[in-house]
Design a protein around this ligand. Structure first.
Ligand code: ATP
Ligand code: MG
Length: 425
């Protein structure tokens, strides 16, 4: 890689000289007697000059290819000379470091073009390393951008291919922001799981201790405590079940046995399961499409699990007197988003919408609802027995089918969750 870079640099630096030589050669050729039709040409000189012109043309297209490689790299590349001025920056470096694009930056000092303190520090260190042999590159992470939101892994290597490049160095930038973000998510997840497990465990431990300390002797109190213990242990069980479901889906361990399914039968089954809960909550369940739900290509258990989650949420977050309505329709290929219409080769997809007249979700929270453990109102969700994993599970189920999910909501008006599954062929 560095060999290429060095070669590219030498080539770029020599580029303008080459083009000058070529024009000289053309002038000479034109001056030669052989260049005019009626003169008698000294053939050898003429051939020599023409050969030279051809070789220069070849060199020029080689240079063009080399420049194309440097420009097309996914890594950013910046070359700095012994004075600290930018000699070369490819397009990706312009993007990552927010440099003025095009040639305008060449010959200017990096400090003039970019104010990211981490980056300038690194360049200063590299330039001050008197004893830097050029053999060992320096690798460092720097944060750039307005909020330091882009994390770059920078490899700084000295270029020592030629004498006239003494103390030059090249910086290669890899954008590792996404990796850092994933690591943060993993840390958050572990912290969340531990916290969620600790709460019911602490309650179970506390009540058990009180019982052993004497509360057992009062049957009424003992019964109340035992019921609380049971509630917390059920919650623990649900939490672990949800975590296992999620991890199986994420690891691809859940087998999706998709076949043509009668959508209306599955919606009916969900309504049956949740009818009692809806009645207690004073929420009406409506299925206006009746039996005309189109056939969907899905794993029936997973589809039911997804719909149950959504209807359960809709009931939980709708005050008494409200309603939950489930509809389904066939969406034709022309309306279908690219990902389903083309990649799956399906003619269309079936769109289920679970809409409620409930409390709604504040706009800033909408995009985060499918994150594991994300809840708008933690206390309220916990009171309702929620773990904050439901929508994450739904999203994975839909994705495993090659479908998609979207949520719309308006505060105090209601929420509509849209699931798209491939239609049965
Ligand atoms: P569970 O893991 O038991 O499903 P949960 O219902 O709290 O717990 P999710 O289903 O993932 O978790 O939902 C995440 C959050 O999204 C909820 O806590 C709630 O704040 C919000 N939410 C989901 N559905 C609705 C809805 N229909 N109306 C209003 N808010 C909703
Ligand atoms: Mg839920």
């Amino acid at each position: 890689m560095l060999g290429w870079v060095a070669a590219a640099l030498v080539a770029v630096a020599a580029g303008w000289r080459l083009s000058r030589w070529r024009s000289w050669a053309r002038v000479i050729a034109a001056e030669l007697p052989g260049a005019t039709p009626d003169s008698t040409a000294p053939d050898e000189i003429l051939r020599g000059v023409r050969g030279l012109c051809d070789r220069l043309d070849e060199r020029e297209s080689e240079l063009g290819r080399l420049a194309g490689v440097v420009e097309g790299m996914v890594e950013g590349m910046l070359v700095i000379d012994g004075e600290g001025n930018v000699v070369l920056a490819n397009r990706r470096a312009d993007e990552l470091l927010d440099l003025p694009s095009g040639e305008t930056h060449t010959g200017r000092s990096l400090a003039e073009l970019n104010r990211d303190p981490d980056l300038l520090d690194l360049v200063r260190t590299v330039r001050q390393e008197e004893e830097w042999e050029g053999g060992q590159p320096i690798v460092q992470e720097v944060s750039v951008g307005k909020g330091g939101e882009t994390v770059l892994r920078v490899t700084a290597s000295r270029l020592s291919a030629r004498e006239d490049m003494e103390r030059w160095f090249v910086l290669v930038f890899h954008d590792i922001s996404a990796i850092r973000q994933l690591e943060q998510m993993r840390r958050d997840f572990v912290a969340n799981v531990s916290h969620e497990l600790r709460t019911p465990l602490a309650a179970i431990g506390g009540y058990t201790e009180t019982l052993l300390d004497g509360a057992l002797d009062d049957p009424a109190t003992a019964r109340r405590f035992l019921e609380t213990i049971e509630r917390h242990s059920n919650r623990l069980g649900r939490l672990v079940d949800d975590l296992l479901t999620l991890s199986d889906l994420e690891l691809g361990r859940t087998e999706i046995r998709a076949s043509a399914q009668d959508g209306s039968r599955i919606v009916d089954a969900c309504f049956e399961t949740l009818q009692a809960k809806a009645e207690i909550a004073g929420v009406a369940l409506e299925n206006p499409v009746g039996t005309s739900v189109p056939r969907v290509q899905a794993d029936p258990d997973r589809l039911e699990q997804a719909l149950l989650n959504l209807i359960d949420n809709a009931i939980k977050y709708t005050p008494s007197g409200g309603s939950v309505r489930v509809t389904a329709r066939l969406v034709r290929r022309s309306e279908a988003p690219e990902e389903i219409a083309s990649s799956e080769g399906q003619p269309a997809f079936v769109e289920f919408v679970v809409a409620d007249t409930g409390v709604g979700v504040p706009a800033p929270d909408l995009a985060r609802l499918t994150e594991r453990f994300y809840r708008v109102d933690k206390a309220r969700s916990r009171e309702l027995g929620g773990t904050g994993l439901g929508l994450a599970i739904v999203k994975h189920i839909v994705q495993a089918h090659g479908g998609s999910m979207s949520i719309e909501s308006e505060l105090q008006k209601g929420t509509a969750v849209r699931l798209r599954f491939p239609a049965a062929p």
